[in-house]
Design a protein around this ligand. Sequence first.
Ligand SMILES: Nc1ncnc2c1ncn2[C@@H]1O[C@H](COP(=O)(O)OP(=O)(O)OP(=O)(O)O)[C@@H](O)[C@H]1O
Ligand SMILES: CC(C)(CO)[C@@H](O)C(=O)[O-]
Ligand code: BAL
Length: 414
Amino acid sequence: MRPTLPLLRQATRPAISILARSRAPLPGCLCLCLPPSRPQPRTEAHPPRLQQLTISRAMATHCSSPQRRGGPEKLPSSSIRVLRTVDALRRWRRPHLLDQRSVALVPTMGALHGGHLSLIRAAARENHHVVVSVYVNPAQFGVREDLASYPVTWDADCAALAALDRELADDGANLGRVSAVFAPATAEMYPGGFPGQEVDSKGSFVTVTPVGEVLEGRSRPTFFRGVATVCMKLFNIVQPERVYFGQKDVQQTVVIKRLVKDFMLPIEVVVGPTARAEDGLALSSRNVYLGERRRAAATVLYRSLRAAEERYKSGEKGREAVLGATQRFIDEFSAVQMALGPEKRVQFEVDYISLADPDTMEELDVVDPAKGGILSGAVKMLPVKAPREGEDLGHSGGPAVRLIDNIILQPSEA
Ligand SMILES: Nc1ncnc2c1ncn2[C@@H]1O[C@H](COP(=O)(O)OP(=O)(O)OP(=O)(O)O)[C@@H](O)[C@H]1O
Ligand SMILES: CC(C)(CO)[C@@H](O)C(=O)[O-]
Ligand code: BAL
């Protein structure tokens, strides 16, 4: 298998190739801005960092929940049910099985944005009921990752879902609407006790290999194990006819399709296109960490992938030629940043750039025009080193932010 094209570009240094560097997480950088990881005994249902998260989510929910007066909990100003337990979800689901109404699931981690809403719109067009899950799944975060600071915006999420539901109701083209939000606590999702975030944690996990081991899986070794495990749980709880995932997380869609196929789940996996800001940046809950300066530069990854796509469209099918365009774009972008003073400069590292097979995510030497390929990458936007007075550094003080993006190279032959 060809290695991906690993690159390291820091605007303050000349370009350094890191062909020999492993793509394990970069603890040095991440340690600067995240709280130290604490030991999490397997038997502890709510380890310390989970407790913090659970408390803040519970408070947000408590603040925004109307008096229930014995009726089912609903999102404010809507008919959308809020279901918090497996039992409540199953009780809600049962009649729809009997009356043969289709149910779609849109799994999310909250902090909803236009990308999530586009998936919900697609789900409502094709299904009688849409369930949106809002659950920040600790098992997919590495011990040094941003679980503690991951944005939790419950009130805004409720308002966005209620507004979207009104929009869906007014549009006769839809089959369904947002029927329920599933917002479980970690104790509900891991009834045997949360197994922990460590690579060697023991517990009931679903793993999908080798596709979950490359690229994102190499940089985030517990990520796809956590995603596959929580998605299997969600699929078993909701029993949806269709599930909706975004192309922004393209490798995740490949892993989920594999999981559905290999475990013979009676579910259709629908992939929605990546929703982007006007300048092309893929919408992402983590963009809030960027602050103004890094936000302006964060399109570097997408623009570099677009340069490679142009080469492919112009007839190039070979790896060197296609990815060479990405490399050149990044080199030029870095040079521009290097020329800026420290109070304007943005620094970033490229984790990987990949040209891969769309079904296996294995690196390609040459794109088969009948099959196409996936161009993808991950960059880490480093914290601003010399903040200007009053500068907006982003959520949580502007830690390092890992951004991913991809472009599908469409097959060009029948
Ligand atoms: N820009 C987007 N366009 C389409 N779908 C998206 C977009 N961003 C996220 N999604 C999809 O929404 C679903 C839930 O994703 P999630 O809640 O992790 O949001 P996110 O923006 O990807 O967050 P993060 O910044 O943590 O990666 C996933 O299927 C994801 O692929
Ligand atoms: C699919 C998912 C909701 C599982 O936690 C998450 O990985 C995400 O938001 O993409
Ligand atoms: N959108 C993928 C979820 C994650 O990065 O944890």
